[in-house]
Design a protein around this ligand. Sequence first.
Ligand code: GLA
Length: 695
Amino acid sequence: MSITQKENKWVLETAHSAYVLGLDGDGRLVHVYWNKRLSAADAYPEVVTPRGISSFDMPDNLAREEYPAYAGPKYIDPCLKATFSDGTRDVVLCFESADVIHGDLPLLKLRMQDVDYPLSVTLCYRLYPAYDLIERWVEINNTGTDAVLLERVWSAQWHFLPNASYRFTHLSGQWAGEMQINRETLTPGIKVLESRRLTSSHYHIPWFALDQGDADEDKGKVWFGTLAWSGNWKLSAEVTSTASTRISMGLNDWDFAWKLEPGATFSTPACFGGFTTAGFGGSSRALHDFIRERKLPHGQMLHKVLYNSWEATEFNVSVKSQILLAELAAKIGVELFVLDDGWFHGRNHDHAGLGDWWPDETKFPDGLSPLIKRVNELGMEFGLWIEPEMVNPDSDLYRAHPDWVIHFPGRSRSEARHQLILNFANPLVCQYIIDKIDQLLSENHIQFIKWDMNRNVSEPGWSDAPGDARELWVRYVEGVYRVWQTLSARHPDVIWQACSGGGGRADLGILSLADQIWVSDNTEPAARLKIQEGFSYLYPANIMEAWVTDMGRADLPLEFRMHASMCGSLGIGAHLMGWKVEQRVEAARWISVYKKIRPIIQYGDQYRLISPQAHGYSAVQYMGKDAQDGVLFVFRTHLTEPAVLPVIYLRGLHPDWIYELEGIAGQRSGSAWMEAGLTIKLKDDQSALRRIRHK
Ligand code: GLA
């Protein structure tokens, strides 16, 4: 597993895959192979130099370049577009040098240079061999004396096997309906997914999976990729006239520009690409392991069962009501009590308060300490909700600094949820927020923060921008990262949860800062099962915060609601004062079950056995890494009689070991559970949780 250079080729090998690129006869850096790892490095294909087809399809347009810049007779979607100070608007790249840095995570850097102008482009490839993943990013350096305007600068273009047809899987949605799974065959042309909203957004997720139409959950070649960026992004999936399929990902070039000053370097966000022959399930598990082991700030921690007060008390917060909730929460086994919105200065409704991050003097006359003290006495940790990027016009902060919000000075400022967005591209704004939140964390014993972001941008103006005002899109996100990193460094034990009205900022960028994501404001369990399944295509269950609430049909059994949330990091968000004693007793029972199985759910392997998208009867399984213990969840939702219930085939068992499945008499081999399967009869709206144990 390494990077080797052979003449004009670089071979990048991971545990099971190989990625090959090289210089063609005309000096272009082109893609050669991304597929199964072969036994000997010289078994990989040769670099092909394209021949033109006609005056309309010259070699430049046919080459499968690793990082095509807009230049020459090239009409495919390029990764780089720039304008030089003399008005020249193309970039002709020529290979300069290669650097291989060996180690656990081998790194290849390929430096290219414009043939006439002082601009260098370095393509970076870092291998994560155990996960069959490659991280790619690009560094653009202005080595001249005049500024260069970057108009598009993507992170990677991924090429797939030539002359094949591909099925494209992607996730789309909306607020309260995130992560819906889409599958479609790519045909000639370009399919674009993007966000123009300042966050990665609820609407599309910067992720793809590609297969040749034959992959399923267990087997088949799947190529997949995701962009580690929490702002505007773009994915371009192109099939050319010569059946060359490629997917590019990077910063959205829509309304984007970056003035690259002399001597400056622009580094793109990282884009991760992976390959597996173990189907969609295999691609998800590779990402799950990678995220848990390599990305998250506290990757191996077991998440606590939390209670969140939002749906119970909304803005109507008082010390008394929160203590009552905390006492009930502690009794049912909650370990972390999170006070959501409504606690800070002037926050009695969503018209006021955002920006003023100190406890409301009327609701908390002695600050947060009395509540935190009581929560800690009850044996729970204390967490708090903040929305630091936002400001209500009715706030002390806005009254003092109306110029700190994103706006065009000559236009009115559109409010959404009565709020405006602070310009985190402005270092003064970032410093103010760092100071305020640092003070809050320093003065109070807070162990968990839910960082929310409840609107998208409009009127994206930045009147005092030092460079091009369109740099806002990138500099804002960098500002968010910087504020978050500074606060995390000062308070390393705080666990952060990322939320943007649910899953509006669920991306690999934020997961370097946050250990969890609040997946959706939709907590109705049947809808949630579908959202959770989409989420699992990329993200492991430990980061998927899932509350049991009273949302949806009141007659849906509590057991069902508990089971649905136990598939992730379990939380309770219901109004506990409204729950009957029997409900609290039952919840306590499930919470204690969850505490026993959570290592398997949060850190095991997940298998999507029967999809809730496809069927009103679904099943998902989690297996410990040692294949000893597992958990099976089965749900029946809105499936009318007469219904034929599918057979469930377990996965991830050792074929020769003997296992028993709770609730089913007899012991069988792993092979038998996996190949002969089992049935679990459920009535409508019923669910089942069954432990799987190696005997
Ligand atoms: C967003 C979040 C909710 C809650 C509210 C509070 O909608 O997704 O969970 O925190 O804000 O205003």
